[in-house]
Design a protein around this ligand. Structure first.
Ligand SMILES: Cc1cc2nc3c(=O)[nH]c(=O)nc-3n(C[C@H](O)[C@H](O)[C@H](O)COP(=O)(O)OP(=O)(O)OC[C@H]3O[C@@H](n4cnc5c(N)ncnc54)[C@H](O)[C@@H]3O)c2cc1C
Length: 385
């Protein structure tokens, strides 16, 4: 089945590819070297409607669907794994959660500015001692007469130091277990919020930060959904941001294949093009098949969401798992084909290699995806409930 038959999606892919080739690819290595976050590029993507595909027109979106947004994310991810993160910070992890769980007032206040990237967003789940075990987080939002007071530390939060708003998960009642977790839309310019950037081996164009909340007063209307809806919102949001990762992973894997194929046709050894050697052909064949498998799973998961199955945890986890593996294997394959030139910073393959690792970690590690899939298959815990 060709999930992307519609003329609309095809046209959007062409537009995103042109944008990526003109505005991202020529600068991506330099930005990476300088750890520079090109915020103006994120704003341009917002203005072009890249982040509003699964948002109704009344809130500034185009309502063309998750599949269209996955295709755009894949194309941007082909140029920069750091900039594809914006699809999650501006939509799947923020605006889309507000669309599903927010009041009319919250939707009007936040969604148009997030998807147009007038405001930069982020979502803050992870803490120093709460990674895969998200619910062991310690951040609290103590109820007061006029709202809540937020205290705690989040870590590894993408775009946080440049963000205006965060979707923050915190316990309003620690004694109530998982029913005590809630989600809050927090203005990051509030007194008591501070951020500091973390250094990392890859995706260096995407700032990743620690956020400290110290006696941060937030109003009652910062609460997303009802008190105690935190677990529901968190896991349904992860099930959308995983689609962003899957799409980005496919894009990065494709960039690796493109680089490998080009080099196979340029480089000669032993009097022939290196693409003539069967051992290199084997690498190219496995890369191409890996990408196609990951792409089909990703498009299926996106397409299901467009059919109303937004809670398709099993299929989204499969897509995220396969795309993470494809990205890593393709980066390794491209590195082998380019030899020392792959290892050099002259070619983008070294960046792809460093960036690919991240898809193994974010939005639930590869182990976590496998755990979800295995528990479903073994009947221990149904993934789609
Ligand atoms: C660059 C970057 C950007 C990020 N952006 C964000 C963001 O925007 N927002 C946000 O909230 N978080 C973000 N994260 C955090 C990311 O989602 C977590 O790092 C991830 O969920 C894993 O947590 P951890 O690193 O603490 O690993 P841990 O949970 O400590 O896991 C360590 C290892 O143990 C394995 N493991 C853990 N539990 C199990 C289990 N039950 N079964 C089998 N294996 C297990 C893991 O797979 C992993 O291999 C980001 C991280 C990075 C590096």
């Amino acid at each position: 089945m060709d999930f992307c038959q519609s003329d609309e999606v095809q046209a959007m892919r062409v537009e995103a590819r042109k944008f990526t080739e003109e505005k991202i690819v020529p600068f991506a290595d330099k930005w990476d070297e300088e750890h520079h976050f090109p915020i103006e590029v994120v704003r341009q993507m917002g203005e072009l409607g890249f982040f509003g595909c699964c948002i109704p027109e009344e809130f500034g979106g185009t309502n063309v669907g998750h599949l269209a947004q996955a295709v755009l994310c894949e194309e941007v991810g082909r140029g920069s794994a750091s900039l594809r993160v914006a699809f999650n910070t501006q939509c799947w992890g923020t605006a889309f959660s507000i669309l599903r769980h927010g009041t009319e007032q919250q939707k009007k206040k936040w969604i148009p500015d997030l998807i147009s990237a007038k405001k930069i967003g982020c979502f803050a789940i992870t803490e120093p001692n709460a990674g895969s075990d998200t619910l062991s987080m310690k951040t609290t939002a103590k109820p007061t007469d006029d709202g809540f007071v937020l205290n705690g530390n989040k870590i590894w939060i993408s775009y946080a130091s440049r963000a205006d708003v965060a979707l923050v998960y915190a316990y309003h009642d620690r004694e109530a277990g998982s029913r005590g977790l809630s989600a809050f839309i927090v203005d990051l310019h509030s007194p008591g919020v501070s951020t500091s950037d973390l250094d990392k081996m890859g995706t260096r164009t995407s700032p990743t930060s620690e956020i400290c909340f110290e006696e941060v007063k937030i109003p009652k209307d910062a609460l997303l959904g009802k008190l105690g809806d935190g677990v529901k919102i968190l896991f349904s949001s992860l099930n959308q941001t995983r689609l962003g990762c899957a799409s980005g992973g496919v894009g990065l894997a494709q960039a690796c294949l493109d680089a490998a194929v080009k080099y196979c046709d340029e480089r000669e050894q032993f009097g022939q093009k290196i693409g003539q050697f069967q051992m290199n052909q084997e690498i190219v064949a496995v890369m191409a098949a890996d990408i196609e498998a990951a792409r089909l799973l990703t498009y299926r998961a996106a397409w299901q969401k467009d059919q109303g199955q937004v809670g398709n945890v099993l299929e989204t986890s499969m897509a995220k798992y396969m795309a993470a593996e494809a990205a890593q294997r393709c980066a390794h394959g491209a590195m082998k084909i380019l030899g020392s030139y792959g290892y050099s910073t002259e070619y983008p393959v070294a960046r792809y290699y460093r960036d690919a690792v991240l898809y193994q970690i974010v939005e639930g590690t590869v182990n976590v995806q496998k755990m979800i899939i295995a528990q479903d298959q073994l009947g221990i815990r149904k993934a789609n409930r």
